[in-house]
Design a binder for this molecule. Structure first.
Ligand SMILES: [Mg+2]
Length: 316
């Protein structure tokens, strides 16, 4: 944390010099300006310092104005603001804190006090970083399947809803594919769940490698996957499903020195001009097509006829 960057905005040369000398000595990277507007500009930058020491009285924009302006716009990540003042009346300090300063220091100050206050700021920044990391980890856990790393059922339904919405606005079709590993129970029964899990991951990888950047794939259930293909017609969706079907079948999955033959069945359906509430219809059609693929002997693709379009029946 000691390579942290700190912005110093101070118009008096003696204090500016003193701050720079100490901060550098303590191992910080220091950005120094002598004017409030310059400080404000730097604090707008993408890679701005996380901690700023702002003098109260400065030309063009004072420290309190900067604090207020910073807090008015929600800033991510948090910017820790330390205000320098030569005034020592209580009213001034209250004004500074209310404007958004996290802490203040009265000039002239003892370097040890400066250092202690910077450390307090670093603790806040570190705490915020930990919170952000924890939130990201939680989001990952809440939206992804821990075995395959694909989206989980809920997240891929969310993604489907969002794509249907986008498709409706843009007038584009949304194709979906339900895929299910054939006789997966036999793999588990014959080789155990660890190998079963590896086979599942390998199938997931092969499917994922066939997708375009804006397609999504999720683990929908045990050995069932849902693919969402925005802007894809039924024909294109079926072609992609055929390709995936062949790829999965093309060579056995390797799991713990074993080669395991694996195949999948796929059901394709499309929403041409999705109307509200047709999520279940769409999923039901893909599921029915998948069922037919299983019935017809597995390792194949079946598709559902186009869903009714909301505009009166010009077939496409
Ligand atoms: Mg000043």
């Amino acid at each position: 944390m000691s390579t942290m960057r700190i912005l110093v905005a101070e118009d008096e040369i003696t204090f500016r010099h003193m701050l720079k000398t100490f901060l550098t000595k303590w191992g910080y990277q220091v950005v120094v300006v002598s004017d409030g507007l310059e400080a404000w500009k730097i604090l707008q930058e993408e890679d701005r310092p996380r901690l700023a020491i702002l003098d109260w009285m400065m030309p063009s924009m004072d420290g309190v104005e900067i604090c207020r302006a910073i807090r008015e716009r929600k800033s991510d990540p948090y910017l820790y603001l330390l205000l320098l003042t030569s005034r020592d009346q209580k009213q001034d300090v209250v004004e500074g804190i209310e404007a958004g300063a996290d802490d203040y220091l009265i000039k002239p100050f003892d370097p040890r006090e400066l250092r202690a206050r910077i450390h307090a700021g670093e603790r806040i920044i570190e705490l915020e970083d930990r919170l952000i990391r924890a939130q990201e980890a939680l989001r990952e856990l809440a939206t992804h399947d821990s075995l395959t790393g694909l989206l989980n059922r809920r997240a891929c339904l969310d993604s489907l809803l969002a794509e249907l919405d986008r498709g409706r606005r843009a007038g584009n079709p949304v194709c979906i594919v339900m895929a299910d590993i054939d006789h997966f129970k036999r793999v588990n029964d014959a080789h155990g769940h660890l190998i079963g899990d590896e086979v599942l991951c390998e199938v997931a990888r092969r499917m994922q490698s066939s997708l375009r950047r804006y397609d999504t794939i999720g683990r929908f259930g045990g050995e069932e996957f849902l693919l969402v293909l925005p802007g894809c017609s039924l024909e294109e969706g079926v072609k992609l499903a055929e390709r995936i079907c062949h790829l999965v079948r093309s060579e056995p999955a390797k799991a713990q020195n074993k080669s395991i033959d694996v195949s999948i069945s796929l059901g394709v359906a499309v929403a041409n001009q999705p109307v509200p509430g047709d999520l279940e219809v769409l999923l039901g059609s893909a599921d029915a097509a998948l069922y037919r693929a299983k019935e017809a002997g597995r390792n194949r693709v079946e598709f559902s006829a186009n869903l009714p379009s909301p505009s009166s029946g010009t077939p496409d």
